[in-house]
Design a binder for this molecule. Structure first.
Ligand code: C5P
Length: 406
C-alpha cells in the first residue's frame, strides 16, 4: 500500500452528514502513505470533531482563516502550494456555489483559489439539492474549469430519500485519488531522460562540471512512471535514490552520457534532456594528480557533443524536450534554443543568485512549443514535474507521434 508515497493531500471537509466518513478516508489515505492535511469549514465541525481528524492524520487540523498561530506556522498560500491534490469530501451544495463564484470567505475556499494543484470534489447532499438547476449549473461550471467531480453516487440517503447525492465511499475516493496520480496516459510509451551534472576529469581527482542536484530529472522520471510510461534515466553523479519503477543508468562524463543515450534512443518515444551537461571537457586527462607547483595552469578544453541537438536531428526523432536555464531574457533565449536545437518543446527557467533553480526544492517553468506556451508556477519540483509531464503528454498526443516498438 505505497501507492501514495510522498503525496500531499489537502483534505477539505465541509458541513454535511457524510463528514463522518472523512475519518475513514483519512485512515485509508494514510495507510497508502499519503501525507494528509485536513482543513475543515466551520459547519463541518458540527458533524465531526477536529480532534478525531487530527489524531488520524497526525497533523493539526486547520479551520480558522485568521488564526495568528496557524499563519505563523504555515500561511494559507504556502498551504495551497504544499498540496499535490486538494480533495474536498464531502462537498456541500453551498461550497460548490462558493467555489463556482470564486468566493474566498473562509480558509478552504481561499486555498482553492490560491492552489495550483488539481482540485477534486466529492459532492454529498440531498437528491433535490443535487438536482436543483443552480447546483447542476455550478457543477458544469466547475467541471469546465478543470475541477474534478468524483460522484455523487446514487442510493439511500441520510434524510430517508433515495436518489443521486450520496458521497462516494471512502474506498472509492481512495481509488480515484490513486488513479489521479497514476494517469496511465503514457501507458505503452517509452521515455528516456538525462539528469544531473556530468563530470569531465582533469586528472584522477579533479573535474569540470556544472551545478546540478538532479532533483528535477529524478522527479520527472517518477512522474513519467506514474503516467504509465517505461522510463530509462541516464544520470550523472547525484546523491538521489532511484524512483520506484525507473531503470537507472549511471554515467560520469558527457561522452558516456551520449553513448548511453545512443544505445537506448531508438526504443523511446519521448526524450527529455534535463542534464546539466558540461559544454567543454579537458582535451587531455592527466594520468596522475597534477601538482600545484606552477603559478599558472592552462587547460585546453574541447567541445562536448550536444546530446539533445543530436537526438533532435536524428532520422526518426522521438518527441524531444529540452531545458533552458537562463540568467536573463528568459523567453527570448529559450525560444532561440528551441529553434536552434530543433526540439519539440523547451522548459525554461530563470537561474542565478536570486532566482535559485539549481539546488533548490522549488522551481517555476515556462514551457514553449511551436505556436504555444504555458506557465507552470512556482512549486515543489515533484509537483512541477507532474505538471510538466501533463503538458508533455498533451503535446505528445496532440502531435500523434507513432509509438515505437520496444
Ligand atoms: O545549450 P544549453 O546547455 O543551454 O541547452 C540546454 C539543454 O540542452 C538541456 O536540455 C540540456 O540537457 C541539453 N544539452 C545536452 N547536451 C549538451 C548540452 C546541453 O543534451 N552538451
Amino acid at each position: 500500500m505505497f501507492e501514495l508515497k510522498e503525496k500531499r493531500i489537502l483534505l477539505g471537509i465541509t458541513g454535511g452528514i457524510a463528514a463522518y466518513k472523512a475519518a475513514e478516508l483519512v485512515r485509508l489515505l494514510r495507510r497508502s502513505n499519503a501525507e494528509v492535511q485536513v482543513v475543515m469549514t466551520q459547519a463541518a465541525t458540527e458533524f465531526i470533531t477536529p480532534l478525531t481528524l487530527q489524531t488520524l492524520s497526525g497533523r493539526r487540523v486547520r479551520q480558522a482563516f485568521f488564526d495568528p498561530n496557524d499563519e505563523a506556522s504555515i500561511g494559507h498560500i504556502d498551504l495551497a502550494r504544499w498540496a499535490d491534490l486538494i480533495l474536498i469530501a464531502p462537498t456541500s451544495a453551498d461550497f460548490m456555489a462558493r467555489l463556482a463564484h470564486g468566493l474566498a470567505n473562509d480558509l478552504l475556499s481561499t486555498l482553492c483559489l490560491a492552489a495550483t494543484a488539481p482540485i477534486a470534489l466529492a459532492p454529498a447532499m440531498n437528491q433535490q439539492m443535487w438536482l436543483n438547476p443552480a447546483t447542476q449549473a455550478n457543477a458544469k461550471l466547475l467541471q469546465a474549469r478543470g475541477i474534478k467531480l468524483w460522484g455523487p453516487g446514487d442510493g439511500e440517503q441520510a434524510c430517508g430519500e433515495t436518489g443521486p447525492g450520496r458521497m462516494l465511499e471512502p474506498a472509492e475516493l481512495l481509488a480515484q485519488t490513486i488513479k489521479q496520480f497514476n494517469s496511465q496516459l503514457l501507458a505503452g510509451q517509452c521515455v528516456l531522460l538525462t539528469a544531473g551534472p556530468t563530470q569531465e576529469p582533469i586528472d584522477p581527482v579533479r573535474f569540470i562540471g556544472n551545478r546540478s542536484s538532479g532533483k528535477m530529472g529524478f522527479a520527472l522520471a517518477q512522474a513519467f512512471v506514474e503516467a504509465g510510461a517505461q522510463v530509462y534515466l541516464i544520470s550523472g553523479p547525484v546523491a538521489l535514490a532511484t524512483p520506484t519503477g525507473v531503470t537507472r543508468i549511471d554515467v560520469g562524463t558527457a561522452i558516456e552520457m551520449q553513448q548511453r543515450v545512443t544505445e537506448h534512443i531508438n526504443r523511446c518515444d519521448i526524450f527529455v534532456a534535463c542534464a546539466a551537461v558540461a559544454d567543454y571537457r579537458p582535451k587531455a586527462t592527466a594520468a596522475q594528480k597534477i601538482k600545484k607547483s606552477r603559478e599558472q595552469l592552462d587547460l585546453i578544453l574541447t567541445r562536448n557533443p550536444d546530446i539533445l541537438a543530436e537526438v533532435a536531428a536524428s532520422t526518426v526523432p522521438p518527441f524531444t524536450v529540452g531545458f533552458a536555464a537562463e540568467t536573463e531574457q528568459l523567453i527570448k533565449h529559450a525560444e532561440e534554443k528551441r529553434r536552434l536545437k530543433r526540439v519539440d518543446m523547451i522548459a525554461a527557467n530563470l537561474v542565478g543568485a536570486e532566482q535559485g533553480g539549481f539546488e533548490r526544492d522549488e522551481n517555476a517553468l515556462t514551457v514553449l512549443w511551436e505556436g504555444g506556451s504555458k506557465n507552470l508556477p512556482m512549486a515543489r519540483k515533484e509537483k512541477l514535474a507532474q505538471s510538466l509531464v501533463a503538458t508533455i503528454t498533451e503535446r505528445y498526443h496532440a502531435e500523434k507521434h507513432p509509438t515505437k516498438d520496444s
